[in-house]
Design a protein. Structure first.
Length: 372
């Protein structure tokens, strides 16, 4: 049995049991955190940072969280909206004039946040290295036409999401998304989450352990709506260039504690641990439904809010939002229970777009604790 470190209240002992089971069965190294009323009731970690299981996962170990990063980017937009600096109903071109090109003059900020803007990928062939050139990558998005009528359909903006929302944030604040997040959210909360990882943290990073590469179908080089442009091998996350770049849709580095701590702000009406980042009404905006139906990129039923997936009836409380990262990480924010739950690991599984049973077992354990 793998040894688990950290703290957990008796009420949430099921979370410890779930993490232990996951590490004994499928995980190499992982961390789990549950915050209720802004305070940690479970802060646990265990396993190893390497596949050979020689180096232990420590309290301050970080790893790439893939699309769990999107919840941090969304929170930046919600903070600006709450301050009156960003209007989700405004045309994107109000803040980013070049974006109006090619029939996008009426694309709203909420379309970007709700994955309905019709820009799920780049039309031009892209490489991973092209993602690191923010001005060039965003200019291409500003110039291209939407793939569908904005607002009419939902389609997951897997990588473009971060460049689109990040550029709006940059135009308003004069700061990149990663810098704004560090200064206005992570810093005040003392959260160890980074969008663009400084070199001094490299020694704490657990490299991602990639799932087996799928053999590409030569007749489907670009799947529906261009998903897979650029193709990003999972091992890209272990390169220095990826860590240093700001990919606000996919390269946030953190652990469960930092993810749950940040998102606890949303769960608790905008104020936690003496820090106020949002009003209660500003938090509620995350729950504004932008799309309900079959996502044309993911190919599954989705309910999109402002930057988060919304409860479609699978979760106990209605005012709940969530999202996760490729390979398994996940965060859930329950505004009814004032609870945030995060799971971050280094071994990626390939069990579908919406997570796998490891995260779901952690969530079930958290709700078991909540119900007493």
């Amino acid at each position: 049995m793998v040894e688990i470190s950290g703290t957990c209240t008796d009420q949430f002992a099921a979370v410890r049991t779930a993490l232990t089971a996951s590490l004994d069965d499928q995980d190499v190294g992982a961390s789990v955190a549950v915050y209720v009323d802004g305070e940690p009731v479970a802060d646990l970690w265990g396993g190893h940072i390497d596949e050979a299981r020689t180096v232990p996962w420590e309290r301050d170990t970080l790893t790439n969280t893939w699309s769990t990063t999107k919840t941090m980017t969304a929170l930046c937009a919600l903070v600006l909206a709450d301050r009156g600096e960003l209007d989700p109903d405004a045309p994107v071109a109000r803040y980013w004039p070049e974006f109006a090109a090619n029939g996008k003059d009426d694309v709203r900020v909420r379309h970007l946040l709700g994955h309905t803007a019709g820009l799920p990928t780049w039309d031009e062939p892209m490489t991973v290295e092209d993602l690191y050139d923010r001005p060039a990558a965003t200019a291409l998005l500003a110039a291209q036409a939407p793939a569908w009528k904005p607002g009419a359909e939902g389609g997951y903006h897997a990588v473009t999401y971060g460049h689109l929302v990040g550029e709006v944030v940059r135009r308003i604040t004069g700061r990149s998304l990663g810098v704004f997040f560090a200064e206005e959210i992570a810093g005040p909360l003392g959260a160890d989450f980074h969008i663009g990882l400084p070199a001094e943290h490299d020694h704490r990073v657990a490299p991602v352990i990639a799932p087996p590469e799928r053999v590409p179908d030569p007749d489907a080089a670009l799947p529906r709506d261009g998903v897979g442009n650029p193709h990003i091998p999972a091992a890209t996350a272990n390169t220095e260039a990826w860590r240093r770049a700001e990919i606000p849709a996919a390269n946030g580095h953190g652990n469960a504690r930092s993810v749950a701590a940040v998102q606890s702000v949303l769960a608790c009406g905008g104020t936690v641990r003496g820090v106020r980042l949002l009003s209660e009404a500003g938090c509620e905006r995350a729950l504004e439904e932008q799309f309900l139906g079959t996502d044309r990129v993911l190919g599954v039923p989705m309910r999109w809010g402002l930057g988060y997936g919304l409860n479609g009836g699978q979760l106990p409380n209605p005012r709940t939002c969530f999202w996760g990262g490729w390979g398994g990480s996940m965060v859930l924010v329950d505004l009814d229970a004032r609870m945030s739950v995060a799971y971050v690991m280094n071994r990626m599984l390939d069990q579908g777009a919406l997570g796998d049973d490891r995260a779901f077992m952690i969530l079930a354990a958290a709700y078991e604790g909540l119900s007493g």
